[in-house]
Design a protein. Structure first.
Length: 189
């Protein structure tokens, strides 16, 4: 699994950059309309899903745990497509869609990190990203009546933090790949 992630550190970096851009656009435009938020979120989910699917399929022969990444990518892609198919989606439906996506993504990230725990010491970044995703999903499920502006800011802050964590993990994976022999040391915090 670590080889799969390390060989595809660039895709991880792109996922992080996409999340960071999505988050910053959302934070710098807090008065954003729901329709624009739907477009931003849908585009991010599709890009994230495509990157994950490409990584999984490209390495399916060398890595036996590629299915988890593929499932994560398919879910993300599906959520993005559904978001575009229903542009008139209500604020509550969008919240629940994003909340479910965040919970599923978080669980998949934690599962991946658990598989990596005996191979590397820097898997805590993926655990942290997964926990953040789960907490964000739970928050949205239990606070759906929050104002649209607060929701936009929550989504933006989540995406920025999540993006930064993925970017840091991508750099650590790249370092591990370059060192290959001292990979666990390169990934240690």
């Amino acid at each position: 699994m670590v080889n799969l992630l390390a060989r595809n550190w660039g895709w991880m970096m792109l996922r992080g950059v996409a999340a960071l851009i999505f988050g910053l656009l959302t934070l710098f435009n807090p008065g954003i309309t729901l329709v624009v938020l739907v477009i931003f979120f849908g585009a991010y989910a599709i890009v994230d899903g495509i990157f994950a699917i490409i990584s999984a399929v490209a390495n399916r022969r060398e890595e036996r745990h590629w299915v988890a990444l593929l499932v994560n990518g398919l879910i993300s892609l599906g959520v993005g497509i559904v978001t575009f198919l229903w542009p008139g989606i209500t604020a509550f439906a969008l919240l629940y869609l994003i909340a479910a996506w965040a919970l599923i993504t978080g669980i998949m990230e934690i599962v991946t990190a658990v598989r990596l725990r005996e191979i590397i010491r820097g898997e805590w970044l993926l655990v942290l990203a997964g926990v953040l995703s789960i907490l964000f999903g739970i928050l949205l499920f239990f606070r759906p009546g929050a104002g649209a502006l607060a929701v936009v800011l929550w989504i933006g802050a989540y995406a920025v933090i999540f993006g930064i964590l993925l970017i840091v993990l991508a750099f650590r994976l790249r370092s591990w790949l370059k060192g290959e022999g001292g990979g666990a040391t390169a990934l240690a915090g």
